[in-house]
Design a protein around this ligand. Structure first.
Ligand code: NAD
Length: 350
């Protein structure tokens, strides 16, 4: 299992393996790039089938964080941690204390946060052993309310702002009144996004594998429920993927009719070439790591301080970043992903 010749290796600065026999911790932390600041990224817990699978994930995800933070104009680099283990059966206080110690051993070069398989409770345990952890306490949210460490309301607000920018670019409209939006996945981010859209006068279609989530959106927001497989082919203005990755693939692309794809899910494109294909089809794609940066901005503000108003304004900057990406993509005849990557590289390679 070589790091330097790994297909996902991209000049990562540091890759560290951590083990604690007593708690059974097996973890990897990768720091991709720290030119702009300490590497921040979530700590994922997943029952990886092999060490190599865990390495692949941590290399890929840490690189993605460098791009996301750079695009969001944050003083942060990109990093990620993975714990090899089942989040349903393998969690213990000792495990996360050991993980906290592992994070601490890097002296602040890497700052951890919640991710798939971890949450506020795990961050609080890690915080017993390190201060290089985000999302462990109460704080003021972008709208002035108090929240626990969950960044999803900020993510949802950023996606809402991003949809406004995409609608302006592709449809030439300044308001969302009567706009038709299909949301795949009405969990934490999807439901919160749906509320913003509803308040702005949009019409909503939703789907989810959890019936209760669909019912909540129907009853509270007047959304229309659709079957999972039908969400792609609706005659809507915006398709907002807020469930899982890889959702734009050759098959779903054939069914998709929306002229805009703008949602929260990470890694929406099943392969990189689809970005070009979307451009050919005149479907405006808001690169996921640009539009869903509200969460990382929120986490950053928790560390650096700053008022709720400053946090809100920074999240709203996602609209300007997307506007820049859309304009450059059109001017240069390139995909929005290519331009977003280049913009990020211009910032973090300076
Ligand atoms: P969540 O688990 O709360 O919500 C996801 C929802 O999608 C759930 O309700 C789930 O039942 C549903 N779902 C799963 N598979 C589905 C399918 N095949 N069809 C329809 N619905 C399906 O997660 P979340 O925090 O809302 O995050 C949503 C997405 O946004 C994820 O891809 C996540 O990685 C990404 N994201 C989240 C944040 C954040 O701050 N939470 C930040 C950046 C990116």
């Amino acid at each position: 299992m070589s790091v330097f010749s790994h297909v996902e290796f991209d000049h990562h600065e540091q890759v560290v393996y951590g083990h604690d026999k007593a708690s059974g911790l097996k973890a990897i932390i990768a720091i991709h790039n720290s030119n702009l600041g300490p590497a921040l990224g979530g700590c994922r817990m997943w029952p990886y089938a092999s060490d190599d699978e865990a390495l692949r994930d941590v290399l890929r995800l840490s690189r993605g964080m460098t791009y996301k933070s750079a695009l969001a104009n944050l003083p942060l680099g990109g990093g990620k941690a993975v714990i090899i283990g089942d989040p349903h059966t393998g969690k213990s206080e000792a495990l996360f204390q050991a993980m906290g110690g592992f994070v601490n051993s890097l002296g602040g070069r890497y700052i951890t946060a919640a991710d798939s398989g971890t949450g506020v409770a795990e961050m609080q345990i890690m915080a017993e052993r390190t201060r290089h952890v985000s999302g462990a306490g109460q704080r003021e949210a972008f709208d002035g309310g108090m929240r626990n460490g969950d960044p999803s309301p900020s993510t949802a607000y950023g996606v809402f702002i991003g949809i406004q920018a995409a609608v302006k670019q592709r449809l030439g409209r300044d308001d969302l009144y009567g706009l038709k939006v299909a949301i795949q996945g009405v969990g934490q981010v999807g439901f919160s996004l749906a509320k913003h859209l509803k308040d702005a006068g949009a019409e909503l279609w939703v789907t989810d594998i959890v019936e209760l989530n669909v019912r909540r959106a129907v009853e509270q927001l007047g959304a229309r429920a659709v079957a999972q497989q039908d969400i792609f082919s609706l005659d809507v203005d915006v398709f907002a993927p807020c469930a899982m990755g890889g959702i734009i693939n050759r098959q779903t692309l054939e069914a998709l009719r929306a002229p805009i794809i703008a949602g929260a899910a990470n890694n929406q494109l099943a392969d990189a070439e689809l970005a070009q294909e979307l451009r050919r089809r005149e479907c405006l794609y808001a690169p996921d790591y640009a539009i869903n940066a509200g969460g990382i901005i929120d986490v950053c503000y928790e560390r650096t301080g700053g008022s709720a108003a400053q946090l809100k304004a920074h999240i709203e900057g996602i609209g300007e970043t997307l506007h820049l990406i859309f304009q450059r993509a059109e001017l240069e005849g390139r995909s929005t992903v290519e331009i977003a990557d280049r913009l990020a590289e211009e910032r973090f390679r300076r």
